[in-house]
Design a protein around this ligand. Structure first.
Ligand SMILES: [Zn+2]
Length: 375
């Protein structure tokens, strides 16, 4: 059976995801309350008796006890089940996309599972690196949904993992460094018809080109610089949009946890996909989260929750932008690699944010404001 390695590895990815999802549940239950995440072991929140090892097995433990505590019968939130299952499927999906179907077109890093029982070790490393990003995004989204806060431990752990991994996987790897030869001085290389598309590596793009004197293509210095600039860009694009929008709108929008979330994603993906993912994320928050909330509120005849968390939309925005990158990259190349075009776009978007804020303020003004209660 020549598909056996494929099945074994896929099931392993799924099981790994279920276990990580189980740990994310622990994080979601403890991090917002600043409890230790390693001690003590899992406990029932009602009777505080420890959960037995076999009852703690992802999915199966929950289903066998029908989501109840074995000792006191208190119900566990069905969130535990969905987070475990969702993380498991996300890990499996990433494995199929990245390792089996080579979604990101990594040259030379292809697993021919019919002939080779194990994927190329560098590809497994890339998978683990990206699975960490996915897990951290899920953790941030779950905790933000439940508690309206993204505990800093999550994005700052991601920052460290992202930056260290980036130093080992610098652009244009796994393309050879010679793939960067297109970036010659004096050639308008950001224009597709002249020099073609920028090759995408595990680190999707270099931060800019062709000025690579301090950080040659394929060196750890470029990887490191890419990750640091990506993290800074992720943090500052949220802060910038927050400032512009709030200046116009006059009310708080976005949180600093959202800035930390994009900071983490920037360390993994570089600045260009991350800046785009803020706008994709705003769109996702509107379509995937806000619209259903409005519909549900209309059906139940209740008020719409105005303070929907932005973290889940942002996490979706990061993943969508990242997976669309092979298709998206050549379309946005003339903007991101030409400083003049970039400045024009930044100005237009900035003015747009300010205007949108002002327009929304006009609409909101007639609404009576509740008087602040003395604290
Ligand atoms: Zn109990």
């Amino acid at each position: 059976m020549d598909q056996l390695p494929l099945i074994i590895w896929s099931v392993s990815a799924l099981v790994l995801g279920l276990m990580v999802g189980s740990f994310i549940n622990v994080l979601a239950a403890r991090l917002p309350f600043e409890k230790s995440i390693v001690w003590p072991g899992s406990r029932c929140f009602s009777c505080y008796r420890p959960v037995r090892l076999f009852d703690n097995i992802p999915i199966l433990g929950y289903l066998r006890l029908r989501g109840r505590c074995r000792d006191c019968g208190a119900g566990f939130s069905v969130r535990y089940l969905w987070v475990e299952l969702g993380t498991g499927l996300a890990f499996l999906g990433l494995f199929l996309a990245e390792v089996v179907f080579n979604w990101f077109n990594y040259p030379g890093l292809v697993w021919n599972y019919r002939f080779d029982p194990t994927p190329p070790p560098p590809l497994v490393g890339v998978y683990v690196y990206h699975a960490a990003l996915v897990a951290l995004l899920i953790a941030a989204a779950v905790i933000d949904t439940e508690h309206r806060v993204i505990p800093p431990l999550i994005p700052f752990t991601g920052l460290v993992v992202g930056v260290v991994g980036a130093a080992f996987l610098p652009w244009p790897w796994p393309h050879p460094p010679a793939a960067a030869a297109f970036a010659q001085p004096g050639i308008p290389w950001m224009l597709l018809p002249v020099t073609g598309r920028v090759p995408e590596g595990v680190q999707p793009w270099p931060f800019y080109g062709p000025a690579f004197a301090v950080s040659l293509a394929g060196t750890w210095k470029l990887g490191l610089l890419n990750a640091v600039l990506g993290a800074l860009a992720g943090s500052f694009v949220v802060r910038g949009v927050k400032w512009l929008f709030e200046t116009g709108f006059g009310k708080e929008a976005l949180g600093l946890g959202d800035a930390d979330l994009l900071m983490m994603a920037g360390a993994f993906l570089g600045w260009q996909p991350v800046v785009l993912s803020l706008f994709v994320g705003a769109f996702a928050a509107l379509i995937v989260f806000k619209l259903p909330a409005i519909v549900i509120a209309a059906v139940r005849r209740t008020g719409v929750d105005r303070e929907l968390p932005f973290g889940p939309g942002l996490a979706v925005g990061v993943v969508v932008t990242w997976f669309a990158w092979p298709w998206l990259a050549p379309k946005v190349q003339p903007v991101f690699f030409d400083i003049q075009t970039l400045l024009v776009v930044v100005t237009i978007v900035g003015v747009g944010m300010l205007t949108a804020g002002l327009l929304l303020r006009r609409r909101e003004e007639p609404e009576p404001q509740p008087q602040p209660v003395g604290k």
